[in-house]
Each structure stands twice: as structure tokens, then as C-alpha cells.
Design a binder for this molecule. Sequence first.
Ligand code: NAP
Length: 257
Amino acid sequence: MANNKRVTLITGASSGIGAATARRIAGPGECLLLHARGGVDGQKIPLLEAVAEEARAAGATVHLAISDLGETGAAAALVTDAVDKFGQLDRIVSNAGFALNKVIGEITRDDLEQSHRVITGAFFELIDAALPHLIASDCGRVVAVSSFVVDQIPLKRMFPATAAAKGAMEAMAKTFAVQVAGDGVTVNCVAPGFTEKESAGHSALSQSSWQDAADLAPNQRLAKPTDIAAAIAFFLSEEASHITGQVLRVDGGLSLT
Ligand SMILES: NC(=O)c1ccc[n+]([C@@H]2O[C@H](COP(=O)([O-])OP(=O)(O)OC[C@H]3O[C@@H](n4cnc5c(N)ncnc54)[C@H](OP(=O)(O)O)[C@@H]3O)[C@@H](O)[C@H]2O)c1
């Protein structure tokens, strides 16, 4: 039976796009499990707590989870956590990630595998563990945050390990979209262009490179995290029930250049 409660799990919610998504969807009836790594030694946990406070002030019920998604089982444990805390899980935003600005000859096998663990591996664990809960939901939604780096190399900024991991995630998302379409679950990707970083974010570019990146987009600006969060929120909505298996670029036209 339909209920008004919506439970959403957002990974990487301590800053940037994940935090903007949490703020965007927070409201009465919304239950949020907000996740982050908390920085390498926990120094960023207060950032996640601050996002949680904002979401609670907007009327959401919020729980926090801290874990490194590079560790096997960490993403699946988030699903268990969400269901334990809220009794259901309707929507997943697989957002946590990072860009590795190293070219072939510099990246190691371990670098490549770490990108796959944090990006593709975590996405796999999330959808694998959440499968019965998504099917049971009357509004099952999965949104994966991919990247322009999958098929674009503007300014010759090369992120081969990130591109490989995000590309694999997109491919898995499309396959999963078909698997669960008959159950009313949608699965989509949002591919941001260059997006403003909060000072606490993980930046792979220098300050001058960010300015160059802004000038490159036809609309001559970087995306704001809220621009990306708006697209994610749309895919999460009931209105988007007939859209699945898509990759939506939110890039100010960068992909047209
Ligand atoms: N900004 C851009 O230009 C851009 C462009 C294309 C795609 N994207 C994608 O958008 C997503 C969000 O990026 P953003 O710009 O909002 O970055 P951000 O502000 O640096 O946020 C990244 C989030 O991911 C978490 N995270 C990173 N590594 C993790 C790990 N090993 N385990 C668990 N959590 C981890 C971080 O946690 P802690 O900080 O707590 O450690 C943080 O909450 C990423 O997947 C990124 O690849 C960004």
C-alpha cells in the first residue's frame, strides 16, 4: 500500500552535489540516510553533521553514516542501515566519488582498482543490496552521479581511471534499468560538467584550471552543485516514472563544444 514516507540514501553528502541534493529534497515526510567518508581521518564529519542539521530544520528525519566506500561491504551496509532505521528504502543517490587527474604511465593498478571500488563497486553493492526494497517501494528510484569525463577530454584534462569507473557504472545502471523496469523502478545517471567545489571538496584541478573550465562551457560558467541537485531531484520524483536508463548531461552545453 502506498504511504507518504520516502526514504532516500545519499552517498557523499558532506559537500558539493551530495549536500545540495540533501538540502533540495529535505522536507516533511522525507527520511534521509546521509553518508560520507568524513575525510581521511574523520575531520570532515562535522560537515556532514551540518548538512544533517539543515535537512532536519527543513522537516526531514535524518540519520548519518560514515564509511569508506573503498572497503568491500561498506555500501551494502548503508542499505541495511537505512532499512533498519526507517523500515524501507525507496531512493538511492550514488554520488560519492572523486576524480583522479593522472594519465597512463602515472596511474597504478591500485589507483585503477580504487576508482572502481569507490565508484563502480559501491554502486553495485547499493543496487544489489537494495533490490528487494526498491521493488517493494511504490516509488523506487536510483540515480548515479557520473561525469563528463566518460566521453569528453576538454582542455586535455585526462582522468582515465575515473572515466573507466564512471563508464562502467553507467553501463551497469542501464542494464539494471531494464532489469527492474517492470517493477516500476527507474535507474538513471546524471553526468555533471565542471561543477563548483566547496572549499571542503576534493578538487582535482588548480584554481586557474577551474577558471579555464568555466570559460569552456558555452554558457561560460561552472555548474553549481544546486544545478546538478535539481536534475537528481527530478529523476527521484514521481513525475519521472517513465524515464529510465538515461544519462542526463548537466554541463551548460560543454558536450556540444
Ligand atoms: N565537481 C565536478 O566538477 C564534478 C564533475 C563531474 C562529476 N562529478 C562527480 O560528482 C560527485 C560529487 O562530486 P562533488 O564535486 O560534489 O565532490 P565533493 O564535494 O568532493 O564530494 C565528494 C563526496 O564523496 C565522498 N567520498 C569521496 N571518496 C569517498 C570514499 N572513498 N568513500 C566514501 N565517500 C567518499 C566525500 O566524503 P568526505 O569528503 O567526507 O571524505 C564527499 O562527501 C562525484 O562522484 C564526482 O565524481 C563532479
